[in-house]
Design a protein around this ligand. Structure first.
Ligand code: PMP
Length: 374
């Protein structure tokens, strides 16, 4: 008997993909051509020095590429533990902090679980919560875009949230929470509270690590993509109670950190003075940019505690973003967040890049007609 070899129609194939996935869109970042000044992803404008890259090339040459890395990059785990003054058992290292966020989803969240997120916050969290089909409560900010700690604490308590996520300083606003505000949310929560400190190196409020001594439900999330300038290397880590880390180890991907990434991070940690110096330069850039923006007619700035800053102008944000891109300067349009319609976000660049951005902005603001809707 002849076997029916007709291919399955693609729609029949796609119906097997979970609706929670099909309803989402892919995470993409626009990269128009002709960009010389890239200030759209909160990266460090400073690459590693030539000298350090040369050193690393010899370290890479020693790497046994035919062998799997260890389950966790133990040398790096110990170095990070020393850097943060915690026990290595408290640390889980991942392939970027985004990857660890997906592990939270797998480890903590069943469909229907109550989850609390403030708004507006880094969009990946809402995506993971929706992929896991959780029961999401979002908490609007106060009028000045600051997270409303009281309302977050109340929402976490009322919904008995399994997970609440705070980002401080927050992306996209650049605003930090105080330790008291964070602790208020943590104290009100019987569930886990993730404190994403992606921009901690820039934060005058400092880290919330000390909360771990009093509250085993706190998880601190870090990345080496921002202050450390290693966005291309993909390294993030978690600091939490050792028992929590042990459970997360069961859900994580095997071998998620490669041997090259470990060597790179170790080299950067050995020269932490350079990281600190670059962080100071990025902070100075944000100060300069903020002051220059405040001096421009009709421009409003949200003062930031991170390496980027958001602002509005009298002209439509999308037209302004396009005009800046035509001039080779790439910034991010925040219009995807309903609260931040009309806002653009610019990251700290080198001095030359900051000047190029400010000059392009001034010219573009003179050329473009004001937003009729404003
Ligand atoms: N958390 C926040 C708040 C961020 O803004 C970003 C970068 N956009 C990340 C995490 C991503 O970090 P990583 O590069 O380690 O995945």
């Amino acid at each position: 008997m002849a076997v029916d070899t007709a291919p399955t129609p693609i729609d029949d194939v796609l119906q097997h993909i979970r609706p929670a996935v099909r309803e989402r869109s892919e995470y993409t970042v626009d990269m128009p051509s002709g960009i010389d000044v890239k200030l759209n992803q909160n990266e460090s404008p400073f690459d590693l020095s030539e000298e350090m890259k040369e050193e690393l090339l010899s370290a890479y040459a020693q790497v046994e590429m035919n062998r799997y890395p260890t389950e966790q990059p133990e040398e790096l785990r110990h170095a990070l533990a020393e850097y943060d003054g915690v026990d290595p058992e408290c640390i889980l290292v991942g392939n970027g902090s985004n990857e660890i966020t997906y592990t939270f989803g797998l480890a903590f969240l069943d469909p229907g679980d109550p989850v609390v997120l403030p708004r507006p916050m880094f969009s990946l969290y809402e995506k993971v919560m929706r992929l896991q089909e959780t029961d999401l409560t979002t908490v609007p900010p106060r009028d000045n875009f600051r997270f409303d700690a009281e309302a977050l604490a109340a929402a976490a308590a009322e919904t008995e949230a399994v997970l609440t996520v705070l980002t401080t300083p927050n992306n996209p606003t650049g605003l930090a929470m105080t330790l008291d505000e964070i602790e208020r949310v943590v104290t009100a929560s019987s569930g886990l509270v993730v404190v994403d400190e992606a921009y901690v190196e820039f934060n005058p409020e400092g880290t919330a690590i000390e909360l771990l001594d009093r509250h085993p439900n706190v998880l601190i999330l870090r990345t080496l993509s921002k202050g450390f300038g290693l966005a291309g290397v993909r390294l993030g880590y978690l600091i939490a109670h050792p028992e929590v880390v042990r459970e997360l180890m069961k859900a994580r991907l095997p071998f998620m950190v490669d041997r090259f990434a470990e060597q790179t991070a170790l080299a950067v940690l050995r020269r932490i003075d350079r990281v600190e110096e670059r962080v100071r330069r990025m902070q100075a850039s944000i100060e300069t940019i903020t002051e220059a923006l405040q001096a421009m007619d009709g421009v409003e700035v949200v003062p930031s505690q991170a390496n980027f800053v958001i602002f509005t102008t009298p002209v439509p944000a999308d037209a302004l973003q396009d005009r800046l891109a035509d001039r080779g300067v790439l910034v991010r349009n925040m219009g995807g967040y309903p609260e931040l319609e009309g806002y653009l976000r610019v990251s700290a660049g080198t001095e030359t890049e900051n000047n190029a951005f400010l000059a392009a902005l001034e010219k573009s603001l003179h050329e473009l007609p004001p937003d009729p809707a404003a």
